[in-house]
Design a protein. Sequence first.
Length: 182
Amino acid sequence: MYIAIEKRRENIAEYILYLWQLEDLLRALQMSPEAIYSQLVKPQKLTADKEQELLIWYMGIVNLLKEENKEEHGHLLHTLHLISDLHNQHLQLMQLPIGANYRGIYTKLQPELPRLRELLSANEMSDIELCFRALYAVMLYRIKGEKKGSIDDVIEVVSPVIAELVKIYIQVEKGEVDLYKE
């Protein structure tokens, strides 16, 4: 919970990937409150109040997964809505003067998108969601100690796009940048 709060404030891409990883971890623990407590809460050595707060937070995510029928696979609507917001900003940056630098970075990714769609069997999703799925796939491969060269190669052009998009997103969110200001 504390990590998620910090990541949401500082880097929305890391926040999304963290929540996706947490979804998979909760599934691996079979969404059992006892397993979640023993594996995720207790090792943090918190006060009893903080332990209870953290367990309630994890169980809230479990409840959302159940409500959305995503006990076995899929991602919470919350993260998909955030990706949709990022995609909308991507579309704006592709048109507005403030997006010139972003467009330059994105141009390097464009030729790789068809190959990435094929690798991830992802024909029906936005480019930005596709980028997140690729980042998550690479993260999972690395956790497993596997190397998937075909996706790893694309990450070199995906990461800068997402980094620039997130940087601008956070600046807009904080009111530091106005997309429509010349």
